[in-house]
Every structure is written in structure tokens, then in C-alpha cells.
Design a protein around this ligand. Sequence first.
Ligand code: HEM
Length: 132
Amino acid sequence: MTAIAISGLAIVLGIFLIKAGKRDAHKKAMITASVFALIFVFLYVLRNFLQAQGLIPVGKYEGPNKSLFLFILWSHTLLAIINFPLAIITLRYAFKGLFGKHKKIAPITAFVWIYVAITGWLIFYFMKFQNQ
Ligand code: HEM
């Protein structure tokens, strides 16, 4: 969960940096965001594997806001999947120096990325405080 938060914050920071004209710092922030997103995916897959083996318990939401929770969970999951190709395309344009194209797709990628990070935290809190 910390990894997804760092990743989301690095994206926000990266946007501020590019708006301030700091291209090199923007690049570093976005690469950091990508590395932490990969760490998150690795931990996520590991957790699912351990759950499948029965080594750690599977979480389930049984709280009062079930439909809201399911909406957040599904939109999060769907956009997280979409975010992967978006991130690859955005990074590729940047590394090829195609900044015109990068600039077109980057706001969409950044928006989806931040949405995924925030809803990731929301899901975590929904699960944690569902019985209160
Ligand atoms: C997935 C990672 C990235 C995201 C989400 C991202 C996002 C953005 C955003 C939102 C903008 C501003 C667009 C605007 O002002 O309308 C931007 C511009 C820019 N980005 Fe990125 N960026 C990423 C990675 C990179 C990397 C790795 C580099 C360098 C190799 C880079 C270089 C630039 C440059 C030079 C601009 C300014 C383009 C211009 O004004 O002509 N970005 N990026």
C-alpha cells in the first residue's frame, strides 16, 4: 500500500515539476513513480499467490456500503489494467523525444494513475474499517 501511495505522490510531484519547467526533475519523478508502481504490482501478485496457497487470509468486504465499495473496487481494477499500456506508451514517447505526442497522452495517463492510487487507498480503508 505504501508503494502505491509513493507512486501516486511521485506523479503529482512530477506534474508540478514539469509545470515549473524542470524537465530533468520531472523525468526522475516519473521514473520513480514507475518503479514504485512495479513494486506494488509485484507485492500484489505475491499477496495473491500467498492467499491462493492459504498462507495468508483473504480479505472480504462485508460492511454497509457494499455497492459503493464494489464500484470503487471495479473502477480501480479496470483503470489499473488500462494504466499499464498507457504508462508504457507515455514513457516510450518521452524516451524517444516525441514530446508533442507525450504531452497529448500524458495528462490522461497521469489522471488514471492518480485515480488508481487514491482508490487503492480507499479500498484498503474500506477493508480495514468495515466493522466500525
Ligand atoms: C509515465 C510517466 C510520465 C507521465 C505520467 C508524464 C506526464 C507529463 C505531463 C502531465 C506533462 C505535461 C503536459 C502538459 O503540460 O500539457 C508532461 C510533459 C513533459 N514530459 Fe512527461 N511524464 C512522464 C514521463 C516522462 C519522462 C520519462 C520524460 C523524459 C524522458 C518526460 C519528459 C517530459 C517533457 C520534456 C515534457 C514537456 C513537453 C513540452 O512541454 O513540450 N516525461 N509529462
